[in-house]
Design a protein. Structure first.
Length: 465
């Protein structure tokens, strides 16, 4: 009988060894994917830096603000040469007001800022009210909608009006106009450049600069259009914006999950930058554990565990955003901070065009970090295991000491020996939920218990409470 039990144990150990070998291989592949994504982000940042767009914007004196990356959309109204020959010229002018209304409505729905201009042409800007890396895409999408809407209006109302659009991305100088609907006026050579792009475009066409082309080429079909002179820079190659790439739009014209993923990657870079800056500035200085480093650790870990567990990139993106927010509530309170973290998510994410359905899912994932909690699905299991990943890491003791220091400075009354005893109970009762965490952390977690027991026994022998 004993020999049978021994054989069963040996078989079980062989299975575990085989599974761990497979998981190690899978984890190496996933780390490779993770490094590849980091490289893509670095390449994107390098591209922005190449065009002088990567630095943070700053405020100057006398109501002037400098933006490093703004996408401008210049709409040229076509049809005035025909107006003098129209018998219904007054009616056509009235229709022109409708054209402006359509453009303004699309601008508002796509979070573009209307900039005051002289004459009948329209200047819109993305990346001013909320600075972001998605503004070239946002402006291109808005330009498409404007062209389609004006074309439809023209066909239905027999008007003479048409539009031509230029798009350019670059640094600009903005002066506060102190108007509710038009808060800024823009200055700089890039404003002149985008106006020339608009005038170079034919009716119903959208022309983009090389800078905008580089930033949207993963979303659109784009073809060479010619060259135009640029002040102080000689000539500039310009490009005609075509349709969105086929894999990003379905047969009915709806955006696909692939579009959502590509856009979400850019969104995440903006959200991550904003959240880490906010946490760095606003978290209490005596948070030695629940600090920015912990947030970065959890954000990295949910991606690694998520890939290993076979989650889709869409779900992993939700996990990464939830990880960025999960301890933000510590800014205001420690106990019950998860609810406050959800409030931050609800307040901040709409600024990045996150739909409420996604926000609700992110809030659900955040609440899974509030213990005790039994995960209801893999997403909750992944963030729980990531949040407590340190329990099975080799740096457990120094990390645990930082948590002890944080708790005692914030009012907890306990000695280090009492803390170690509490940790032994907590770790003994704790369980990892994902197979990845069980395989990679569970064995080391048991060794941490033994280390803590040794520390407790030494203190007990020396009569230390």
């Amino acid at each position: 009988m004993a020999e049978t039990n021994q054989d069963e144990k040996l078989s079980l150990l062989q299975q575990l060894a085989k599974r761990n070998t497979g998981l190690d291989k899978q984890l190496k592949e996933l780390i490779g994917q993770y490094e590849k994504e980091n490289l893509r982000n670095e390449q994107y940042t390098a591209l922005l830096r190449e065009f002088g767009l990567a630095d943070e914007s700053g405020k100057d004196r006398q109501g002037v603000r400098r933006f490093k990356m703004v996408s401008m959309l210049y709409v040229v109204i076509k049809g005035f040469t025909t107006l003098t020959h129209c018998e219904d010229s007054q009616e056509q002018l009235d229709r022109l007001d409708e054209i402006f209304f359509i453009i303004s409505d699309i601008a508002q729905k796509n979070n573009l800022t209307k900039i005051p201009t002289v004459g009948d042409n329209v200047l819109l800007a993305g990346g001013i009210t909320t600075e972001n890396k998605t503004n070239p895409i946002d402006v291109a999408v808005a330009a498409e909608k404007i062209v389609r809407s004006i074309k439809k209006y023209k066909e239905e109302n027999n008007t003479i009006w048409d539009v031509a659009i230029g798009i350019h991305t670059g640094p600009i100088v903005a002066r506060y106009a102190q108007k509710k609907n038009n808060p800024y006026t823009l200055a700089g050579n890039n404003v002149l450049t985008v106006s020339r792009l608009g005038r170079a475009a034919g009716s119903g066409e959208i022309v983009v600069s090389p800078m905008t082309f580089e930033l949207i080429k993963e979303f659109y079909q784009i073809s060479p259009y010619g060259r135009i002179p640029v002040k102080y820079s000689g000539v500039m190659d310009i490009f005609r914006l075509g349709n969105m790439l086929p894999e990003l739009v379905d047969a009915d014209g709806n955006l696909t999950d692939e579009y959502d993923l590509r856009y979400s990657r850019l969104q995440f870079m903006d959200i991550q930058e904003f959240m880490l800056d906010m946490l760095e500035e606003q978290l209490p200085h005596n948070l030695y554990y629940h600090n920015v480093k912990h947030t970065i650790d959890v954000t990295t870990e949910v991606e690694l565990i998520g890939w290993a567990e076979g989650l889709s990139e869409k779900d992993i993106m939700l996990l990464k955003v939830a990880a960025l927010f999960h301890d933000s509530g510590q800014i205001k309170c420690s106990k019950g901070h998860e609810e406050v973290s959800c409030e931050y998510a609800q307040k901040i994410l709409p600024k990045y065009n996150y739909p409420q359905k996604k926000i609700d899912e992110i809030k659900r994932i955040i609440m899974a970090t509030q213990l005790p909690h039994e995960p209801s699905d893999t997403l909750e299991a992944v963030i729980q295991d990531s949040d407590l990943d340190y329990l099975g890491r080799t740096d457990f003791v120094p990390v645990s000491n930082m948590l002890y220091k944080e708790l005692t400075e914030r009012g907890a009354q306990m000695t280090m020996n009492q803390w170690n005893k509490a940790q032994i109970k907590f770790i003994s009762d704790h369980q990892y939920y994902t197979q990845t965490a069980k395989s990679l952390r569970e064995v080391n977690k048991q060794s941490q218990i033994e280390r803590l027991k040794e520390l407790v026994e030494e203190c007990d022998r020396n009569g230390v409470e």
